[in-house]
Design a protein around this ligand. Structure first.
Ligand code: URA
Length: 231
């Protein structure tokens, strides 16, 4: 490889696609265009590239995409909803690092009717095996029959966190859907399909414009995304 006219043999040599002229085998090397995908992951799909057990993966749903993108964080097998995939590692880091406190919104169907006290406990934080959870925003969406449907917004992304939080207040999650990350909502996207994020959505989630940790519209997941892709 040649960097700015000098041969470099050290594989750890740092280069900048913006500032350096890089040749590989005599041909200019260019940075891959950045890609930001919003997928409506169905339950039953795993977020890794290959599954030794042969289960479907999210890559089965984005086969048309010719750039290798990785999931930004994870959604467990049985959780559906908004999954971002990108080849921009800084963007992914910003959204997954809990220090940035980007809110993730989930709709939860619980196996029981939750009391107001249980919701208050979820708001204040509950003790999990890996420590107390941060304060969360929690609202009752509706109670139907034996089940409470709640919306919960957390700023961490620990493994199976929402499921474990609901278990910590004595119930179980029957259905879990992630409806938003920051102000970007899943909106009207059909389950199992994807779209590119709009430039303004990327800017907001990157912290370059507005607040990545702002909530979506108060009307909940059925509301239209506050950050809409411009057409
Ligand atoms: N919380 C969970 O319990 N599961 C997820 O997939 C994401 C958050």
């Amino acid at each position: 490889m040649q960097v700015n006219g000098r041969v470099v043999e050290n594989p750890d040599h740092w280069v900048s696609f913006e500032h350096d002229r890089i040749l590989f085998d005599g041909r200019p090397l260019k940075a891959k265009a950045r890609r930001y995908i919003l997928l409506y992951k169905p339950a039953g799909y795993i977020t890794t590239y290959k599954d030794p057990d042969g289960r479907p993966t999210v890559y089965d749903l984005i086969q048309e995409i010719d750039t290798f993108v990785s999931p930004v964080g994870r959604l467990d097998l049985e959780t559906s909803g908004l999954l971002l995939l990108t080849n921009d590692t800084n963007f992914a880091e910003r959204l997954t690092n809990p220090d940035h406190k980007v809110q993730k919104t989930y709709l939860v169907k619980c196996a029981d009717l939750l009391t107001d006290e249980a919701l208050e406990q979820l708001r204040k934080g509950v003790e999990l095996s890996d420590g107390m959870t941060r304060a969360a925003e929690v609202r009752r969406v509706r109670d139907s029959g034996k089940y409470s449907h709640i919306e919960i917004r957390i700023t961490e992304g620990r493994n199976r966190q929402v499921r474990r939080m609901v278990e910590a207040v004595g119930s179980k999650v029957l259905k879990l859907v992630r409806t938003a990350i920051g102000p970007v909502e899943i909106g009207e996207l059909k389950i199992g399909t994807w779209r590119d994020l709009a430039a303004e959505e990327v800017a907001v989630l990157s912290g370059a414009r507005g607040r990545a940790n702002a909530s979506p519209t108060k009307s909940g997941s059925r509301g239209r995304a506050r950050v809409r892709p411009s057409r």
